[in-house]
Design a protein around this ligand. Structure first.
Ligand code: LMR
Length: 396
């Protein structure tokens, strides 16, 4: 049976981490996978997470299954974080949330829901987008199309081209938008641009699916929901896939959610009943631990305030690295213009490095960057910056 099986190609992001781990060079640098590292190169467990885990260990009294949609207390805090406490969407109960195994799990459930309940709906992804979007939705049976996003000349948003693309999306199709910290470019629309996008989608009757994996890493927990709030002013129905991998550092706990926003509570429940079918045959019900941590932290005023500070620390370290990276390259006399990286937000930026340059960085310097040239700024530290910029200087 297995004799004829061909070896599969490595994953463009996670496969690189495997190669990185196997590299014996003590000075190797991993700027590939989107995982935060502190200034000493560690991926820490947040203090608030540790405190929540202590409480859970003391108080947890069952390991019975969660329901298909997870823990209600978790789903409630997810909605508060997305829309803000007291938002009309929450009060009118026209949102329904399912706890999912990470943002990826939420995206796959959304893909299955769309494929079976809205057959014929295509999904439109930004050019470029996270490498896994195409594979997740392709595996769910959806056809993926592209809309314009990045202007390679400015390494900024090509908003006119984006709007022109949106105008061509047929009614009943779905558009995936990155809530903030666009992956892989780090380029986000302004609030005014979000409002225009919302108007266009309402007019075209296109369903937004917001992938919201980096809340808090751009400008602040509350500031980062600006785009989403602009959209919900204009569009009544949408899907939101959110994740706590990055802002809680809960990568391996697979902690995410799929939230449906509908016209009213009854419609939200009906759509969720279809989502539940897809959950049941995918993984039956979600893992609990990460969701418990999030629920404990966000339900406790003091822990929540402390978590805001921890996220602010992550955000400012990343932004400091953006400045230091561009400054160090300039000091070393690198001619290529990397200035746009300072303006971008979140873990990622497009470096503009070619496939060949990326390969040389890996083979000659043990510096790991995704083949598209996407760099994880959160993998830069004050102590690896000099070596990184020297190596970039040598290959450009
Ligand atoms: C990334 O883009 O590097 C992260 O979202 C991790 C992943 O699963 O690819």
């Amino acid at each position: 049976m297995f004799e004829k099986v061909q070896i599969a190609p490595p994953d463009p992001i996670l496969g690189l981490t495997e190669t990185f781990k196997a590299d014996p060079n003590p000075d190797k640098i991993n700027l590939s996978v989107g995982v935060y590292q502190d200034s000493s190169g560690r991926t820490p467990v947040l203090e608030t997470v540790k405190e929540a885990e202590k409480r859970i260990l003391e108080q947890e009294d069952s390991k019975g299954y969660l329901s298909m949609t997870g823990a209600p207390v978790y789903c409630a805090v997810v909605q508060e974080l997305l829309f803000g406490a007291g938002h009309e969407i929450i009060d009118s109960k026209r949102a329904a949330t399912a706890q999912c195994p990470g943002g990826t799990g939420a995206l796959r459930v959304a893909g299955d829901y769309l494929h079976f309940v809205h057959p014929g709906a295509k999904i439109w992804l930004s050019n470029p987008t996270w490498a896994n979007h195409n594979t997740i939705f392709g595996a769910a049976g959806l056809t993926c199309e592209q809309y314009a996003y990045r202007n390679p000349e400015t390494n900024g948003l090509d908003f006119d081209a984006m709007c022109e693309s949106i105008k061509t999306i047929p009614k009943g199709d779905v558009i995936l938008l990155h809530g903030c910290c666009h992956n892989p470019t780090g380029i986000d629309p302004t609030p005014e641009q979000w409002a225009i996008i919302g108007d266009l989608l309402a007019k075209q009757e296109v369903l937004p699916l917001v992938d919201f994996a980096y809340q808090g890493l751009a400008n602040g927990i509350e500031e980062d929901r600006t785009g989403l709030l602009e959209l919900v002013k204009k569009v009544k129905q949408m899907l939101i896939c959110s994740s706590f991998s990055k802002n809680f550092g809960l990568y391996r706990e697979r902690t995410g959610a799929l939230t449906i926003v509908a016209d009213d509570a009854q419609q939200a429940n009906t759509v969720m009943s279809q989502v539940k079918l897809r959950i049941r045959y995918n993984y039956s019900n979600p893992p609990s631990h990460g969701g418990q941590i999030v629920a404990v932290v966000l339900s406790d005023k003091e822990l929540k305030a402390k978590w805001y500070k921890e996220v602010a620390g992550i955000r400012s370290r990343i932004n400091e690295m953006r400045h230091l990276f561009v400054k160090t390259l300039k000091e070393k006399g690198v001619k290529q213009d990397f200035n746009s990286i300072i303006e971008q937000r979140g873990m990622f930026s497009f470096s503009g490095l070619t496939k060949e340059q990326v390969a040389r960085l890996r083979d000659e310097y043990s510096i790991y960057i995704v083949g598209s040239g996407r760099i994880n700024v959160a993998g830069m530290t004050p102590s690896n910056m000099d070596r990184l910029c020297e190596a970039i200087k040598a290959v450009v």
